[in-house]
Design a protein around this ligand. Structure first.
Ligand SMILES: NC(=O)c1ccc[n+]([C@@H]2O[C@H](COP(=O)([O-])OP(=O)(O)OC[C@H]3O[C@@H](n4cnc5c(N)ncnc54)[C@H](OP(=O)(O)O)[C@@H]3O)[C@@H](O)[C@H]2O)c1
Length: 266
């Protein structure tokens, strides 16, 4: 049985390990190593083996996922490098660490994959971009990465050149969505709903609307128009959004994030 090991089991690394251990119990073995081992205690019930150090984990695992912060990646890869070989896959979720940098750190000891998750991965509803451009990566390696992340959420192979755009739209996306949710919650409180009640209502509204968009093939504008009866209440609200330029604001927000991301890469 192949083994997936995660080094750095904090918010994101821990959530990925937990999600994989839940989904693939009996099909894969799992191990983890993290600086504060007590963080792994809840995962041992799912069969995750706690490894004493990063090197031991790397020797044991076929797929090694780096869940540490970007500034910690170099030190960890340096530490595990002697235990890497061509049969292993090294996967990094560290924001802003390029494939070229990862390969240089690993000194081409094994194929490397870059992954960009977003925060809904913390509750098993993430979207993942995978950069599968390392020339030393085999088809089996590509398939395995797509399979593993595919069990956790929508997973899309993406050229590294589009990673910043993905980060600006999908990585940053939860912040835009929460801002819209907050605005609607504020409106609800203004109209007399209680804070807790409005939070539940708005959360259900977003989940339900996303579910509808997922289930139905119509264009988003058709789904919106279906709510707008002639001379009704919804079209009055939609007109106010259009006058304020909501669509343009959203486009500008994503373009601003993309521009900032490119600036940060330089
Ligand atoms: N959270 C997100 O939304 C998000 C989105 C996209 C990408 N990412 C990427 O995911 C990575 C992790 O982010 P996070 O938010 O999950 O951070 P986090 O919660 O701080 O997790 C990092 C974990 O790594 C552990 N650690 C640090 N140095 C270590 C070492 N030398 N050996 C083993 N474990 C070590 C830390 O231990 P302690 O618990 O002792 O501090 C911590 O548990 C980052 O590279 C980030 O760029 C995160």
């Amino acid at each position: 049985m192949r083994t997936v090991g995660v080094i750095g089991c904090g918010n994101m690394g821990g959530a990925i390990l937990c999600g994989l251990a839940d989904a693939l119990a009996g099909k894969y073995a799992f191990c983890g190593h993290t600086r504060t081992p007590s963080r792994l205690a809840p995962l041992t019930d799912k069969g995750v083996v706690v490894m004493p150090d990063a090197k031991a984990l790397t020797r044991e695992a076929d797929v090694v996922l780096l869940g540490v912060k970007p500034y910690q990646v170099a030190a960890v890869v340096e530490e595990i490098r002697p235990c890497l070989d061509r049969k292993k896959l090294l996967v990094s979720i560290a924001a802003g660490i390029s494939l070229k940098r990862l390969r240089a750190l690993a000194q081409d000891a094994c194929p490397v994959i870059r992954c960009m998750p977003n925060t809904p991965a913390l509750v098993g509803k993430g979207v993942f971009a995978l950069c599968l451009e390392d020339e030393t990566l085999t088809q089996a390696g590509r398939d395995e990465a797509l399979f593993l992340f595919g069990t956790l959420g929508l997973t899309l192979p993406l050229p590294e050149a589009q990673f910043t755009a993905f980060s600006a739209l999908i990585g940053a996306g939860p912040a835009y969505v929460f801002a819209m949710m907050q605005g609607l919650a504020q409106a609800g409180v203004t109209l007399g709903f209680g804070h807790q009640q409005v939070r539940e209502l708005v959360t259900a509204l977003f989940a339900g609307s996303a579910g509808l968009a997922e289930a139905r093939p119509e264009h988003l504008t058709q789904l919106r128009d279906a709510v707008c009866s002639p001379a009704g209440l919804t079209i009055a609200g939609v007109n106010a959004l259009d006058r304020a330029g909501l669509t343009g604001l959203l486009v500008d927000a994503v373009l601003a994030a993309d521009a900032r991301g490119r600036e940060m890469e330089e």
